[in-house]
Design a binder for this molecule. Sequence first.
Ligand code: MOS
Length: 732
Amino acid sequence: MEFTAPAGRNLFDSSKVVGKSTQRIDGPLKTTGTAPYAYERHDVAANQAYGYIVGSAIAKGRITAMDLSEARAAPGVIAIVAAPETEPVGKGMSNNAPLFGGRDIAHYHQAIACVVAETFEQARAAAGLIRTTYARADGRFDLPEAAPQAPLAKTGGGKPDKKTLGDFDAAYAAAPVKFDGRYTTPDETHAMMEPHATIASWEGDKLTLWTSNQMIQWGKESMGKILGIDPENVRLDSPYIGGGFGGKLFIRSDAVLAALAAKAAKRPVKITLQRPLVANNTTHRHATIQRVRIGAQNDGRITAIAHENWSGNLNGEDGENGTLQTPKLYAGANRLTANYIATLDLPEGNAMRAPGEAVGHLALEAAMDELAEKLGMDPIELRIRNEPEMVPGSPDKKFSERNLVRCLREGAERFGWSRRSAKPGTVREGDWLIGMGVAAGYRGGPTQESGARVSLAKDGGLKVETDMTDIGTGSYTIIAQTAAESLGVPLEKVSVVLGDSRFPASSGSGGQWGAASSTAGVYAACVELRRKIGEKLGFAGDDAVFENGRIRAGGKDMALTEAGAISAEGSISFGDFKSGYDVGTYAAHFCEIAVDAYTGETRIRRMLAVCDAGRILNPLSARSQVIGAMVMAAGAALMEELAVDTRFGFFVNHDLAGYEVPVHADIPHQEVVFLDTLDDIVSPLKAKGVGELGICGPGAAVANAIYNATGIRVRDYPLTLDKYLDRLPEPV
Ligand code: MOS
């Protein structure tokens, strides 16, 4: 079905299942360690051999020779696939570097070989015996050095990525209060718990990949293209995924090499990327340099706002655009946003949770705090004063549903914002300087076409099948809730099977579109199943009520089981009536922090997010999404950074010992509040995603809290104590 008009009142408005906090239906499998992840699927194919990928030891240049003889003779070795001397393999749908070979090296840890052996240890040992000789070439590894010459990035339509409205320069020059700041954010790795992994098996020309991938249809198309085979001959199966965060949106070398190695070994091959290859062989979040200029009237009204962003990538393709939220958050008649992209020879940068906005807020929302101080205004009042009525720069666009001001006010109330001292560095508890910070958050609410099959069994059980993925987000549960609601059966009667490309195509998990899109697709299939059941049982029209496992209309009342086994497929697409609207999600984020006055050590004390994201399908799993994102944002603010070796061009701290992420002790208290809003424009369920909204803003709230605690502003993330130790107040 096509969703073409604002959703009117419908069954979800009086729902009994959707919108209720519901424990994950896959929870028992997860908590007992029995949900099978890709590398653990020992039973899907017999006689699995182990593959081990070798990454290039140089970042740029050429392989001049590879000697495989010792490796081939090593114990247990079955086959070795080495970088082809001719064309590289694996320009897929989105990656901008080859996933395997040829002899030219585009980045460090580019896959150059895969050893297949009887055991993992044998494969790893033999991999160490491959002798590779390189001719190293100079590369560009330093963003600050490359940024000044970087050209404007291209938009999706191929135009230079620069937008202007009014006359920024003149308005900025004339503004009585001005702020101009330069912020930097580092490269980051997704650090998902489950590394990329694939088991590949061929049957004739048909390939099956048991893998860990967010986007099943993209993966199928990509593998077809990479291997030069019909995508219909490729099956992906990815029922459980130990985190992706955008790092598993696309096919990576584990899948490509498992397929090639399985062909060479003539038996199924399983590969997982060792952790260093996750950092240097797959994608990462690109570092940025951002300049924000804001001019305001003395009353806080913004008259001029400019946000410029620089990042770098292989081949100068697809950077990290930190300006994305700026046209959406605040009013202002004169505007400039520009996005520049330098060519770097580091591993490929690509999407990581809220690509663009996650780091854009770290700059813009710190800049708003800095401007508020210049104005002598409360930072919440400054934001409220600049709340736009229409989408800035798009006079023909309305916000479908926007309650940012409510988020800010309600958050201030709940967090005890009135207890914050406006003067920084003035609240002290013993050795600890205490501060509070706030930030606004915006992230889009996109939807994608999505489908499902729903089958009623003779015993009244309802099964949903779709290639939708659950990357730890709760897809299983919200899909079950949607089906239960739509067919009027208890949740316990619903089973959900996900992640198999043989099922109807779904939206997949990305860009926080999964929840809204996949449930709408399941609803579409359920509408079709209701129609079929009604028809079979002799109910005319489509006004029958489905409740308690029964169907009733016009005095007739029957059990659904009387329809026997019956199945329906459906899919939802989204009409272009939405082009008149900006569909977004909003939040207000708060943080209280303590900073040790002598050592500069930071301790987050409390975090709060108040979110406006339409109907919340499952408040329990949505909360988990938001607190997870808040943790990730705290990591970005305080500790996460891939350290770039600018001489040799690689990420040095490429493991979980050297790449620091927050642990429980770093985040003692988090609260999440959802406004009870409905978005009629987005989907029949009036719901939007929250998985990326949660990382848009909290990091800036942390930075602003540090400033409020200490009076020290650091604009280079992460805010590690070495960057301000020398500016701490004199001992008292
Ligand atoms: Mo998201 S970065 O589209 O998984």
